[in-house]
Design a protein around this ligand. Structure first.
Ligand code: SF4
Length: 352
Protein backbone atom coordinates (compact mmCIF):
# COMPACT_ATOMS: atom_id res chain seq x y z
CA UNK A 1 0.00 0.00 0.00
CA UNK A 2 2.84 2.33 0.77
CA UNK A 3 3.93 2.20 -2.86
CA UNK A 4 0.42 3.14 -4.01
CA UNK A 5 0.41 6.16 -1.71
CA UNK A 6 3.85 7.23 -2.89
CA UNK A 7 2.76 7.05 -6.52
CA UNK A 8 -0.35 9.11 -5.74
CA UNK A 9 1.61 11.81 -3.88
CA UNK A 10 4.22 11.98 -6.62
CA UNK A 11 1.49 12.43 -9.22
CA UNK A 12 -0.12 15.14 -7.07
CA UNK A 13 3.19 17.02 -6.72
CA UNK A 14 3.34 17.26 -10.52
CA UNK A 15 -0.33 17.63 -11.46
CA UNK A 16 -2.20 19.32 -8.57
CA UNK A 17 -4.93 21.71 -9.72
CA UNK A 18 -4.15 25.36 -9.02
CA UNK A 19 -7.21 26.43 -7.04
CA UNK A 20 -7.59 29.86 -5.41
CA UNK A 21 -8.15 28.44 -1.93
CA UNK A 22 -5.09 26.18 -1.98
CA UNK A 23 -1.81 27.23 -0.41
CA UNK A 24 1.08 27.48 -2.86
CA UNK A 25 4.17 25.30 -2.20
CA UNK A 26 5.88 26.52 0.97
CA UNK A 27 2.80 28.43 2.21
CA UNK A 28 0.71 27.44 5.24
CA UNK A 29 -2.90 26.74 4.27
CA UNK A 30 -5.30 29.31 5.73
CA UNK A 31 -7.98 27.40 7.73
CA UNK A 32 -10.54 30.10 6.86
CA UNK A 33 -9.91 29.60 3.12
CA UNK A 34 -10.02 25.81 3.46
CA UNK A 35 -13.26 25.91 5.47
CA UNK A 36 -14.97 28.43 3.17
CA UNK A 37 -14.04 26.53 0.00
CA UNK A 38 -15.13 23.18 1.43
CA UNK A 39 -18.55 24.57 2.44
CA UNK A 40 -18.96 26.17 -1.00
CA UNK A 41 -17.92 22.97 -2.78
CA UNK A 42 -20.61 20.88 -1.09
CA UNK A 43 -22.99 20.12 -3.99
CA UNK A 44 -21.45 22.84 -6.20
CA UNK A 45 -18.89 22.46 -8.98
CA UNK A 46 -15.30 23.69 -8.73
CA UNK A 47 -15.87 25.91 -11.79
CA UNK A 48 -18.74 27.76 -10.06
CA UNK A 49 -16.95 28.03 -6.74
CA UNK A 50 -13.72 29.42 -8.25
CA UNK A 51 -15.18 32.86 -8.92
CA UNK A 52 -17.54 33.01 -5.97
CA UNK A 53 -14.76 32.13 -3.55
CA UNK A 54 -12.70 35.12 -4.70
CA UNK A 55 -15.73 37.41 -4.29
CA UNK A 56 -16.30 36.19 -0.73
CA UNK A 57 -12.64 36.55 0.26
CA UNK A 58 -12.41 40.05 -1.22
CA UNK A 59 -15.52 41.08 0.66
CA UNK A 60 -14.87 39.22 3.94
CA UNK A 61 -11.11 38.55 4.15
CA UNK A 62 -11.25 36.92 7.60
CA UNK A 63 -13.64 34.77 9.58
CA UNK A 64 -14.17 37.73 11.94
CA UNK A 65 -15.21 39.95 9.02
CA UNK A 66 -17.68 37.31 7.85
CA UNK A 67 -19.06 36.97 11.38
CA UNK A 68 -19.75 40.72 11.53
CA UNK A 69 -21.60 40.78 8.17
CA UNK A 70 -25.42 40.92 8.32
CA UNK A 71 -26.96 37.53 7.46
CA UNK A 72 -28.98 39.12 4.61
CA UNK A 73 -25.74 40.23 2.89
CA UNK A 74 -24.22 36.78 3.19
CA UNK A 75 -27.41 35.18 1.84
CA UNK A 76 -27.45 37.61 -1.09
CA UNK A 77 -23.79 36.87 -1.87
CA UNK A 78 -24.60 33.14 -1.75
CA UNK A 79 -27.46 33.43 -4.26
CA UNK A 80 -27.10 30.96 -7.11
CA UNK A 81 -24.89 28.54 -5.16
CA UNK A 82 -28.00 26.65 -4.00
CA UNK A 83 -28.64 24.72 -0.79
CA UNK A 84 -29.19 27.89 1.21
CA UNK A 85 -29.07 26.19 4.60
CA UNK A 86 -25.32 26.08 3.92
CA UNK A 87 -25.13 29.88 3.84
CA UNK A 88 -27.04 30.21 7.10
CA UNK A 89 -24.78 27.63 8.74
CA UNK A 90 -21.71 29.33 7.23
CA UNK A 91 -22.68 32.55 8.98
CA UNK A 92 -23.52 30.75 12.26
CA UNK A 93 -20.20 28.92 12.14
CA UNK A 94 -18.26 32.14 11.46
CA UNK A 95 -19.93 33.77 14.46
CA UNK A 96 -19.14 30.82 16.68
CA UNK A 97 -15.47 30.73 15.63
CA UNK A 98 -15.11 34.52 15.92
CA UNK A 99 -16.99 35.00 19.18
CA UNK A 100 -16.43 31.77 21.11
CA UNK A 101 -13.15 30.38 19.77
CA UNK A 102 -11.08 33.58 19.50
CA UNK A 103 -11.21 33.55 15.69
CA UNK A 104 -9.34 30.23 15.42
CA UNK A 105 -10.77 27.08 13.86
CA UNK A 106 -10.24 23.90 15.91
CA UNK A 107 -7.79 21.42 14.40
CA UNK A 108 -9.35 18.00 15.01
CA UNK A 109 -12.24 16.40 13.09
CA UNK A 110 -14.11 15.80 16.38
CA UNK A 111 -14.03 19.49 17.39
CA UNK A 112 -14.73 20.70 13.85
CA UNK A 113 -17.82 18.48 13.63
CA UNK A 114 -19.33 20.36 16.56
CA UNK A 115 -19.49 23.55 14.45
CA UNK A 116 -22.61 24.38 12.41
CA UNK A 117 -22.65 23.02 8.86
CA UNK A 118 -19.58 20.77 9.25
CA UNK A 119 -20.14 17.06 8.66
CA UNK A 120 -17.77 14.11 8.50
CA UNK A 121 -16.29 14.87 5.11
CA UNK A 122 -15.74 18.60 5.71
CA UNK A 123 -14.28 18.01 9.18
CA UNK A 124 -11.81 15.49 7.74
CA UNK A 125 -10.88 17.78 4.85
CA UNK A 126 -10.24 20.85 7.06
CA UNK A 127 -8.33 18.85 9.67
CA UNK A 128 -6.13 17.16 7.06
CA UNK A 129 -5.56 20.11 4.71
CA UNK A 130 -5.38 23.04 7.13
CA UNK A 131 -3.88 21.31 10.18
CA UNK A 132 -2.08 18.19 8.83
CA UNK A 133 -4.22 16.05 11.12
CA UNK A 134 -4.18 12.36 10.08
CA UNK A 135 -7.78 12.30 8.84
CA UNK A 136 -9.33 11.07 5.59
CA UNK A 137 -11.80 13.20 3.61
CA UNK A 138 -14.16 11.06 1.57
CA UNK A 139 -15.90 13.19 -1.05
CA UNK A 140 -17.43 11.63 -4.17
CA UNK A 141 -14.10 11.81 -6.03
CA UNK A 142 -12.20 10.08 -3.23
CA UNK A 143 -14.93 7.45 -2.85
CA UNK A 144 -14.82 6.68 -6.56
CA UNK A 145 -11.02 6.29 -6.64
CA UNK A 146 -10.94 4.05 -3.56
CA UNK A 147 -13.90 1.94 -4.72
CA UNK A 148 -12.12 1.30 -8.02
CA UNK A 149 -8.65 0.84 -6.61
CA UNK A 150 -9.93 -1.97 -4.35
CA UNK A 151 -12.78 -3.12 -6.65
CA UNK A 152 -15.46 -2.58 -3.99
CA UNK A 153 -18.63 -3.87 -5.62
CA UNK A 154 -21.03 -3.25 -2.72
CA UNK A 155 -23.20 -0.21 -3.62
CA UNK A 156 -23.06 3.28 -2.10
CA UNK A 157 -24.01 4.46 0.44
CA UNK A 158 -23.71 1.11 2.25
CA UNK A 159 -20.03 0.69 1.38
CA UNK A 160 -18.98 4.10 2.78
CA UNK A 161 -17.50 2.74 6.05
CA UNK A 162 -15.46 0.19 4.07
CA UNK A 163 -14.16 2.87 1.67
CA UNK A 164 -13.15 5.02 4.64
CA UNK A 165 -11.26 2.11 6.24
CA UNK A 166 -9.48 1.36 2.96
CA UNK A 167 -8.53 5.02 2.55
CA UNK A 168 -7.12 4.99 6.10
CA UNK A 169 -4.87 2.10 5.12
CA UNK A 170 -3.32 4.29 2.43
CA UNK A 171 -3.15 7.49 4.53
CA UNK A 172 0.43 8.82 4.88
CA UNK A 173 0.78 10.38 8.33
CA UNK A 174 3.38 12.84 7.06
CA UNK A 175 1.14 14.30 4.32
CA UNK A 176 -2.59 13.86 5.10
CA UNK A 177 -3.53 17.15 3.41
CA UNK A 178 -1.79 16.31 0.15
CA UNK A 179 -3.26 12.80 0.27
CA UNK A 180 -6.81 14.19 0.61
CA UNK A 181 -6.29 16.67 -2.20
CA UNK A 182 -4.53 14.10 -4.38
CA UNK A 183 -7.55 11.77 -4.18
CA UNK A 184 -9.86 14.67 -5.02
CA UNK A 185 -7.73 15.71 -7.99
CA UNK A 186 -7.18 12.20 -9.32
CA UNK A 187 -10.96 11.67 -9.20
CA UNK A 188 -11.59 15.00 -10.94
CA UNK A 189 -8.97 14.70 -13.68
CA UNK A 190 -8.13 11.02 -14.34
CA UNK A 191 -10.46 8.67 -12.47
CA UNK A 192 -13.59 10.44 -13.65
CA UNK A 193 -17.09 9.02 -13.27
CA UNK A 194 -17.31 8.36 -17.02
CA UNK A 195 -14.43 7.38 -19.28
CA UNK A 196 -11.66 7.17 -16.66
CA UNK A 197 -8.23 7.72 -18.24
CA UNK A 198 -6.75 4.51 -16.83
CA UNK A 199 -3.90 4.62 -19.36
CA UNK A 200 -2.63 7.85 -17.74
CA UNK A 201 -3.34 6.89 -14.15
CA UNK A 202 -0.41 6.70 -11.72
CA UNK A 203 -2.23 3.87 -9.89
CA UNK A 204 -2.99 1.73 -12.94
CA UNK A 205 -0.72 -1.15 -11.90
CA UNK A 206 -2.35 -1.35 -8.45
CA UNK A 207 -5.96 -0.89 -9.50
CA UNK A 208 -8.17 -3.95 -8.96
CA UNK A 209 -11.12 -2.52 -10.92
CA UNK A 210 -8.95 -1.89 -13.96
CA UNK A 211 -7.57 -5.42 -13.82
CA UNK A 212 -11.09 -6.87 -13.53
CA UNK A 213 -12.52 -4.62 -16.26
CA UNK A 214 -14.89 -3.00 -13.75
CA UNK A 215 -13.56 0.56 -13.72
CA UNK A 216 -16.55 2.22 -15.43
CA UNK A 217 -19.08 0.24 -13.41
CA UNK A 218 -17.79 1.33 -10.00
CA UNK A 219 -18.80 2.63 -7.61
CA UNK A 220 -22.26 1.06 -7.78
CA UNK A 221 -25.12 3.05 -6.33
CA UNK A 222 -28.34 2.04 -4.69
CA UNK A 223 -31.26 3.27 -6.81
CA UNK A 224 -33.10 6.27 -5.36
CA UNK A 225 -36.90 6.32 -5.45
CA UNK A 226 -38.21 8.78 -8.09
CA UNK A 227 -38.54 12.41 -6.94
CA UNK A 228 -42.08 13.64 -6.25
CA UNK A 229 -43.58 16.57 -8.22
CA UNK A 230 -44.85 19.71 -6.48
CA UNK A 231 -46.65 22.77 -7.80
CA UNK A 232 -47.06 26.39 -6.79
CA UNK A 233 -47.87 29.87 -8.14
CA UNK A 234 -45.77 33.06 -8.21
CA UNK A 235 -47.22 36.57 -8.54
CA UNK A 236 -45.56 39.58 -10.17
CA UNK A 237 -46.96 42.71 -8.53
CA UNK A 238 -45.22 45.80 -9.86
CA UNK A 239 -45.65 49.54 -9.39
CA UNK A 240 -45.73 52.39 -11.88
CA UNK A 241 -42.48 53.80 -10.42
CA UNK A 242 -40.50 50.67 -11.41
CA UNK A 243 -40.61 48.69 -8.16
CA UNK A 244 -41.76 45.12 -7.63
CA UNK A 245 -43.14 43.46 -4.52
CA UNK A 246 -40.80 40.87 -2.97
CA UNK A 247 -40.70 39.08 0.32
CA UNK A 248 -38.07 37.43 2.47
CA UNK A 249 -38.93 33.82 3.22
CA UNK A 250 -39.06 32.65 6.84
CA UNK A 251 -35.73 31.62 8.35
CA UNK A 252 -36.72 27.98 8.70
CA UNK A 253 -37.58 25.65 5.84
CA UNK A 254 -36.71 25.52 2.13
CA UNK A 255 -34.76 28.56 0.84
CA UNK A 256 -34.91 29.95 4.40
CA UNK A 257 -34.21 33.73 4.63
CA UNK A 258 -33.93 34.03 0.83
CA UNK A 259 -35.84 36.70 -1.11
CA UNK A 260 -38.64 35.50 -3.38
CA UNK A 261 -41.34 36.74 -5.70
CA UNK A 262 -44.55 36.36 -3.64
CA UNK A 263 -45.66 32.76 -4.08
CA UNK A 264 -48.03 30.18 -2.77
CA UNK A 265 -46.57 27.38 -0.75
CA UNK A 266 -45.38 24.60 -3.05
CA UNK A 267 -48.22 22.47 -1.82
CA UNK A 268 -50.77 25.00 -3.20
CA UNK A 269 -51.24 27.01 0.04
CA UNK A 270 -52.31 30.63 -0.75
CA UNK A 271 -49.80 33.51 -0.46
CA UNK A 272 -49.83 35.31 2.89
CA UNK A 273 -51.66 38.42 1.63
CA UNK A 274 -54.51 36.51 -0.09
CA UNK A 275 -57.92 37.66 1.14
CA UNK A 276 -56.52 40.63 3.03
CA UNK A 277 -56.06 43.10 0.18
CA UNK A 278 -58.39 46.13 0.27
CA UNK A 279 -59.13 45.70 -3.45
CA UNK A 280 -59.22 42.72 -5.75
CA UNK A 281 -55.98 41.89 -7.58
CA UNK A 282 -56.58 40.43 -11.06
CA UNK A 283 -53.75 38.52 -12.68
CA UNK A 284 -52.88 37.34 -16.20
CA UNK A 285 -51.19 33.97 -16.67
CA UNK A 286 -47.63 34.13 -18.04
CA UNK A 287 -46.26 31.22 -20.08
CA UNK A 288 -44.25 29.04 -19.89
CA UNK A 289 -44.27 27.75 -16.31
CA UNK A 290 -41.01 27.63 -14.39
CA UNK A 291 -39.64 24.15 -13.85
CA UNK A 292 -36.92 23.57 -11.31
CA UNK A 293 -35.51 20.48 -9.65
CA UNK A 294 -34.45 20.56 -6.02
CA UNK A 295 -32.64 17.75 -4.21
CA UNK A 296 -35.84 16.04 -3.13
CA UNK A 297 -38.53 17.10 -5.62
CA UNK A 298 -39.39 18.65 -8.99
CA UNK A 299 -41.25 21.98 -8.86
CA UNK A 300 -43.62 23.48 -11.43
CA UNK A 301 -44.34 27.15 -10.72
CA UNK A 302 -47.25 28.77 -12.61
CA UNK A 303 -46.66 32.49 -13.18
CA UNK A 304 -49.21 35.32 -12.85
CA UNK A 305 -48.73 39.05 -13.34
CA UNK A 306 -50.80 42.20 -13.05
CA UNK A 307 -51.95 43.37 -16.50
CA UNK A 308 -50.70 46.90 -15.60
CA UNK A 309 -48.35 48.16 -12.88
CA UNK A 310 -50.23 49.60 -9.88
CA UNK A 311 -50.30 53.34 -9.32
CA UNK A 312 -47.96 54.05 -6.42
CA UNK A 313 -50.73 55.49 -4.20
CA UNK A 314 -52.93 52.44 -4.83
CA UNK A 315 -50.04 50.05 -4.18
CA UNK A 316 -49.51 51.73 -0.82
CA UNK A 317 -52.98 50.54 0.23
CA UNK A 318 -51.72 46.92 0.23
CA UNK A 319 -51.06 45.85 3.81
CA UNK A 320 -47.54 44.36 3.85
CA UNK A 321 -46.52 41.84 6.48
CA UNK A 322 -43.01 41.99 7.97
CA UNK A 323 -40.49 40.77 5.40
CA UNK A 324 -42.43 42.14 2.38
CA UNK A 325 -40.94 45.11 0.53
CA UNK A 326 -40.99 47.05 -2.73
CA UNK A 327 -37.71 46.68 -4.57
CA UNK A 328 -36.36 48.70 -7.54
CA UNK A 329 -36.50 46.59 -10.72
CA UNK A 330 -33.12 47.80 -11.93
CA UNK A 331 -31.55 46.35 -8.76
CA UNK A 332 -33.21 42.95 -9.01
CA UNK A 333 -29.84 41.34 -9.80
CA UNK A 334 -28.37 42.34 -6.45
CA UNK A 335 -31.20 41.35 -4.11
CA UNK A 336 -30.05 37.71 -4.03
CA UNK A 337 -32.91 35.77 -5.62
CA UNK A 338 -32.41 31.99 -5.51
CA UNK A 339 -32.14 30.26 -8.90
CA UNK A 340 -35.80 29.21 -9.13
CA UNK A 341 -36.88 32.83 -8.56
CA UNK A 342 -34.32 34.15 -11.04
CA UNK A 343 -35.91 31.91 -13.67
CA UNK A 344 -39.36 33.28 -12.75
CA UNK A 345 -38.15 36.93 -12.78
CA UNK A 346 -36.61 36.49 -16.23
CA UNK A 347 -39.89 35.16 -17.64
CA UNK A 348 -41.88 37.95 -16.00
CA UNK A 349 -39.53 40.62 -17.38
CA UNK A 350 -39.67 39.10 -20.87
CA UNK A 351 -43.48 39.05 -20.73
CA UNK A 352 -43.83 42.74 -19.71
S1 SF4 B 1 -6.61 2.76 -13.07
FE1 SF4 B 1 -8.48 3.67 -13.83
S2 SF4 B 1 -10.09 3.00 -12.45
FE2 SF4 B 1 -8.15 2.61 -11.45
S3 SF4 B 1 -7.81 4.38 -10.17
FE3 SF4 B 1 -6.77 4.75 -12.09
S4 SF4 B 1 -8.25 5.83 -13.40
FE4 SF4 B 1 -9.34 4.93 -11.67
Amino acid sequence: MKRTTEKLLKWYAEHARALPWRARPGERPDPYHVWLSEIMLQQTTVATVRKRFDDFIRRWPTVRALAEAPLEEVMAAWAGLGYYARARNLHKCARKVAHELGGEFPSTPEALRRLPGIGDYTAGAIAAIAFHHPAVAMDTNAERVIARLFAVTEPLPGCKPRLRTLAHELLPRHAPGNFAQALMDLGAIICTARNPACGLCPLMDDCAARKQGLAEELPRKQKNPPKPHREGKAFWIDRADGRVLLRRRPERGMLGSMVEIPSTGWDGAPPAFAGRTPFRLEFDRVRPDVRHTFTHFHLKLALYRLPEPLEVERARLLPLSPGWFWHPLEKLDTVGLPTVMKKAARLFLESG
